[in-house]
Design a protein around this ligand. Structure first.
Ligand code: NAD
Length: 259
């Protein structure tokens, strides 16, 4: 009923006070945004990057804004560094955001680039998720793991075969982990963003080729980082407590373009 939907009981606020969070690949783009959003809603956030100095300004900025954050050195492809990052620590919320892409035809993709993409985008998610889930299961407090996949995990585009394969595997890994870890009160979900405007792609999307791509998105615009804010908060917070093994597509309708 309308009356009920406008009542105080149905109003939603995201409160992550008392929660700890880890965001991987937090030195640029979406990772910076995710870290700021989680901190702004009360979480104590570890902002992780391969070079700690690259995230110390972000951590300081969050603290200056009244939040709590620390910089953390973490290469998601390095099992030793991953276990060091979790040594004596547990995180309630883990955002597997670190990712790379290799652009080039499949016929000419060097093995080294293939391995780099799979190592970072897939094995990195496995290593961080396993370490996070072990800590969450050990103290029985559970938690929420959010994997940043892509619409390229659900469809393909030319020149991105390794990336598309890795992201599709991340979607499937999300489901497998959700199934196995629900008994530990660990929720595992994926966000599949469409094209989101960030510092590294802004110039490209302003070109004629970039604009051509944008014209194929049904809503005729790029996503903005803010478009991912509520999906992230919903999965991170107790408001998403009945969601696990799901994938949230946030793409302006890009996946439903006509065949
Ligand atoms: P980005 O390049 O700005 O961010 C990726 C971050 O991952 C960088 O800070 C990079 O240093 C870090 N990283 C790379 N390898 C790492 C490693 N081994 N260990 C730790 N960190 C590492 O790009 P972005 O657009 O902000 O992408 C963030 C995530 O969102 C990625 O997983 C990407 O695939 C995904 N995504 C982005 C878009 C988009 O349009 N921007 C769309 C769909 C999915």
């Amino acid at each position: 009923m309308l009356q009920h939907s406008t009542s105080a009981a149905s109003r939603v606020a995201f409160n992550l006070s008392g929660r700890t969070a880890l965001v991987t690949g937090a030195s640029s783009g979406l990772g910076v945004h995710f870290a700021r959003v989680l901190a702004a809603h009360g979480a104590d956030v570890a902002v992780a990057a391969r070079r700690e100095d690259k995230v110390s300004d972000l951590a300081q900025g969050i603290v200056d804004a009244g939040g709590t954050a620390q910089a953390l050195r973490l290469d998601v492809t390095d099992a030793a560094l991953v276990s060091e990052a979790f040594d004596g620590r547990r995180f309630d919320i883990v955002v597997n955001n670190a990712g790379i892409a290799f652009n080039g035809p499949a016929l000419e993709t060097p093995e080294e680039n293939w391995r780099q993409v799979i190592d970072t985008d897939l094995t990195g998610v496995f290593l961080v998720s396993q370490a996070a889930a072990k800590a969450m299961a050990a103290d029985g407090q559970g938690g929420s793991i959010i994997n940043i996949a892509s619409i390229l995990g659900k469809r393909v585009a030319g020149g991105l075969s390794a990336y598309a394969a890795a992201k599709a595997a991340v979607v499937q890994l999300t489901r497998a982990h959700a199934l196995e870890w629900a008994r530990h009160d660990i929720r595992v979900n994926a966000i599949c963003p469409g094209y989101i405007e960030t510092d590294i792609n802004r110039d490209f999307f302003a070109t004629a080729a970039g604009q051509k791509l944008v014209a194929r998105i049904p809503v005729r615009r790029l996503g903005q980082m803010e478009d991912l804010t509520v999906p992230l908060l919903m999965l991170a917070s107790d408001h998403g407590r009945f969601m696990t093994g799901s994938e949230l597509v946030v793409d302006g309708g890009h996946l439903v373009t006509s065949l």
